[in-house]
Design a protein around this ligand. Structure first.
Ligand SMILES: NC(=O)c1ccc[n+]([C@@H]2O[C@H](COP(=O)([O-])OP(=O)(O)OC[C@H]3O[C@@H](n4cnc5c(N)ncnc54)[C@H](O)[C@@H]3O)[C@@H](O)[C@H]2O)c1
Ligand SMILES: [Zn+2]
Length: 359
């Protein structure tokens, strides 16, 4: 088992990674005196698969079950969680345990942040994306009909437990989507991750715990270091946005229906590398390496019919534009980043063409 500590303004918290960490969840919570009372929140789907694993953590017998999936990530669902907490008479001694993917984690985190002005939350992420990304860092929230993640708050968890065993039931496409974020960590901070992925791709696809745990561990370590240094994204945390400028725009213009987040980031990373190559700051070998790794993961949804103009417009509306300046993360070498603030529309257009947009 790996134990990583994240420092946050509200206090440090551990991230436990490895097989059977869920088995020790109850003991870990006892040791940290987390919650006289424990209430689990999950989705029907996740609970059907994995509910039995939580029998011995000393939680209320009936979990709160809500819909998951991006279209339910809204204030109505949060209201349902809050209603259930009120009905269950959750009080200040209660800890909320979120069991699910990023959608559950973001909504439960937000509910925990607001119920009684803040109860502790424990995250048990059940998708690869949630394990390597969303469960760590304290960002919580929901979508508004006019935009993704527009409503939210920072609420650092008290404990995160990432156990590869739950990933066995993850649909293949969801699993692959998480792997693109692992590639991101490889490019921005730890090239050994890229080597490891390439060398053990079969074991990874077979969901072998021994192959997956090190990927989760290395990715979490990077996310933990970055958010420990810059919880509120005033600088360093922006490196995590590598691939996300174009990626988010692709998701937005297709109304979040065509891509899983990670898939859009796959394209976004290639676009970011293409911009770097065109400027002469990114080695062509790095572009080729990442393109080949992404190809090995399997086909990405097509982009040819997506309008370049729409993507450019979406980038302009993105949160990464601060005071009119786009903060763009490029990769000058394996494991390194540089922030560019002068990327032009022309450069982005050329990169979009390179990744396959034709319209
Ligand atoms: N807070 C953050 O820092 C942060 C970072 C990145 C992404 N996010 C958010 O995360 C969300 C995406 O999360 P996601 O990719 O985990 O998607 P998700 O939560 O929608 O889960 C994807 C699907 O997998 C199913 N599922 C979950 N675990 C399963 C399991 N173990 N076995 C079988 N099925 C399982 C879910 O029911 C769902 O249908 C987005 O809303 C995004 O905004 C947040
Ligand atoms: Zn992402």
């Amino acid at each position: 088992m790996d134990r990583i500590t994240v420092t946050a303004a509200a206090g440090a918290y551990p991230v436990l990674i490895g097989s059977d960490t869920i088995e020790s969840l109850g003991k870990e919570m006892d040791a940290a005196t987390l919650g006289k009372r424990r209430i689990l929140v999950s989705s029907e789907r996740v609970w059907d698969f994995h509910g039995a694993r939580f029998r011995r953590i000393g939680a209320d017998k009936t979990p709160i079950l809500i819909e998951d999936g991006e279209r339910y990530k809204n204030l109505n669902t949060v209201a349902r969680i809050l209603d259930a907490l009120v009905k269950a008479q959750a009080d200040r001694s209660t800890v909320i345990v979120a069991v699910g993917g990023g959608v559950i984690g973001d909504m439960v985190g937000f509910s925990a942040a607001t119920y009684l002005r803040g109860l502790p939350v424990v995250h048990v992420p059940t998708t690869l994306l949630a394990q390597v990304d969303s469960a760590i860092g304290g960002k919580t929230g929901v979508n508004h009909p006019l935009g993704k993640n527009l409503i939210g708050s920072f609420h650092a968890p008290s404990l995160v437990v990432a156990d590869p065993v739950v990933l066995e039931t993850l649909p293949r496409r969801e699993f692959r989507a998480g792997l693109y974020e692992v590639i991101k960590y490889g490019v921005i901070a730890d090239p050994t991750l890229l080597d490891r992925m390439r060398d053990s791709i079969t074991a990874i696809f077979n969901r072998e715990g021994d192959a997956i745990a090190p990927l989760v561990s290395a990715s979490c370590r990077i996310k933990a270091q970055v958010v420990s240094a810059d919880e509120r994204e005033s600088g360093l945390r922006r490196i995590l946005n590598f691939g996300h400028t174009v990626g988010h725009a692709l998701e937005a213009v297709t109304k979040y229906k065509q891509f899983r987040h990670g898939e859009a980031i796959g394209y976004g990373m290639l676009a970011a590398l293409a911009i770097g190559v065109a400027r002469g700051i990114t080695p062509t070998t790095l572009y080729a390496e990442i393109e080949s790794l992404i190809t090995q993961l399997g086909p990405l949804p097509p982009v040819a019919a997506i309008s370049t103009k729409d993507v450019i417009a979406a980038i302009g509306r993105d949160k990464k534009v601060v005071n009119g300046t786009l903060h763009f993360i490029a990769a000058p070498a394996r494991g390194q980043t540089v922030e560019l603030t002068d990327v032009t529309e022309k450069e982005i257009k050329a990169a979009l063409k390179k990744i396959g947009l034709r319209a």
